[in-house]
Design a protein around this ligand. Structure first.
Ligand SMILES: Cc1ncc(COP(=O)(O)O)c(C=O)c1O
Length: 454
């Protein structure tokens, strides 16, 4: 017997409440003192009746305050991609914790970590920031300073953190402020052009304007579901940027899942800037910004010609010793062939199992993957951000995520993204697949039908 989506959602919400009295108490207690009852307001967007409060997280197991364990495929939406508290990183942090937390001077490990970053990710010069948002913001500022051009180019459906000028969308053929953005200082549609990913002629037309300082892109779009690059698209993008004197910023915050050198390392992509946050230091807030020798030389000219004062980039705390302890441990133990091979094997299994589940049920749903990051979506794989957006089914996603959560399986609250951490076992993957199959078998068929893009 199948049930309608709305009925299922109701019963899953009731099941969530019945099993989580302690989270309920904490939610009630937190409500008066935190906006929407949570320390970051969007933490209320998980779609649960009230937030799940976490007691601890280790490896792929997260335990809530009611003692319920979850196998975590969300992993903090990538920050804990290598598992929660990877032992090498946790012990490096613990050792450093009593030796200084922040000094505003370079740590003794800075030289060695710089060498390791250069070797691992193939760019010679680096800076450290606290989040990928900060690193992207800095890269865009540098790009405008180095080129003297006012605008940037982003792809429809992108997300690069809360960087103002990237918070734009293409609507009716032009850039507008992204829906939902609160309190922008300016109309950033004046500072950015938006084109569809995989559309070479549109990209070329935009670059020909001569106004564009930088293109900022994920090599695989991961924030509007997943959009894979068409064959040769990224090489063309890179070549067009060079031809038009536009700098290319590769944001690998999510595509680090591709392998130990990120997507760029795995596929021979070379940008002028390379950004990675989230998991780069194993989960401690940290981001790195790498760039070419040519970019560094141009930066030095800008630095030499300015009058001094604040550059508008960087924060007091970012390059602290705790971060360097974590970064060094992550470079030595996480960004390795061995770790990534294990993750990819698990991802391969999950991908194959999901495809079979959908095929067996005659669903035209797609599965996309960038290394250890997997995403499935309703209908065929999208070719660009607008197609991905049109295929979204928030209610269906919401019901599926809650169903999984009630069965001890955590996936991201936004679209259907799963990461395979190195310690994930086959049994975890089998349990997730059983959960997804169970959902598909209980929901009435009409609710699963995909809506063709208009
Ligand atoms: C591709 C990409 N870049 C940058 C960011 C921003 O990361 P953070 O929120 O850690 O600043 C995100 C966040 O999801 C992201 O997906």
């Amino acid at each position: 017997m199948t049930v309608a989506l709305t009925r299922l959602l109701e019963s899953e919400r009731a099941a969530f409440v019945a099993k989580r009295p302690r989270s309920h108490q904490l939610a009630e207690r937190a409500r008066p003192h935190w906006l929407s009852g949570v320390p970051m307001h969007w933490m209320a967007d998980w779609g649960t009746p009230y937030p799940l409060f976490v007691a601890r997280a280790e490896g792929v197991t997260l335990t809530d305050v009611d003692g319920a364990p979850y196998t975590d495929f969300c992993l903090g939406d990538t920050g804990s991609m290598f598992g929660h508290s990877p032992p090498a990183v946790a012990s490096a942090i613990a050792l450093q914790a009593s030796r200084g937390l922040t000094c505003m001077l370079p740590d003794e490990r800075v030289a060695a970590v710089g060498e390791q970053l250069a070797q691992r990710f193939g760019l010679p010069v680096w800076q450290v920031m606290q989040t990928a948002t900060d690193a992207n913001r800095a890269a865009l500022r540098w790009a405008r300073a180095l080129t003297g051009r006012p605008k940037i180019l982003v792809f429809q459906g992108c997300y690069h953190g809360t960087v103002d000028e990237t918070m734009v969308r293409r609507r009716q053929g032009r850039a507008v402020m992204r829906e939902g953005a609160i309190g922008p200082a300016l109309d950033y549609s004046q500072a950015a052009m938006v084109v569809e990913f995989n559309d070479v002629p549109a990209l070329e037309r935009a670059l020909q304007s001569g106004d564009i300082a930088a293109v900022i892109a994920e090599p695989v779009m991961t924030n509007i579901g997943m959009v894979l690059p068409a064959p040769d698209y990224l090489e063309t993008l890179q070549a067009l940027c060079r031809r038009h004197g536009t700098l290319f910023i590769v944001d690998e915050t999510h595509t680090l899942s591709s392998g130990p050198g990120g997507y760029a390392g795995a596929h021979g992509l070379s940008g002028d800037f390379w950004v990675c946050g989230k998991a780069i230091a194993g989960g401690l807030p940290c981001a790195v910004l790498g760039f070419t020798a040519d970019v560094e030389a141009r930066m030095q000219r800008v630095l030499a010609s300015r009058t001094g004062g604040h550059s508008g980039m960087g924060t007091t705390l970012a390059a602290n010793p705790l971060v360097f302890a974590a970064l060094e441990a992550a470079l030595g133990h996480l960004h390795t062939e061995a770790t990534h091979t294990t993750m990819q094997e698990a991802a391969n299994r999950l991908e194959q199992r999901l495809l079979k589940i959908f095929t067996d049920r005659s669903l035209d749903w797609h599965v996309s993957r960038v290394g250890a990051r997997i995403e499935f979506g309703f209908g065929p794989a999208p070719g660009n951000g607008s197609e991905a957006e049109a295929a979204m089914r928030p209610e269906l996603e919401h019901a599926l995520h809650l169903w999984l959560l009630n069965r001890g399986l955590l996936v991201t609250p936004f679209h259907n993204m799963m990461l395979t951490a190195p310690m994930l076992q086959r049994s975890h993957i089998d349990a997730l697949c059983a959960g997804i199959a169970g959902f598909l078998d209980i929901v009435d068929r009409a609710s699963l039908r995909t809506i063709p893009p208009s």
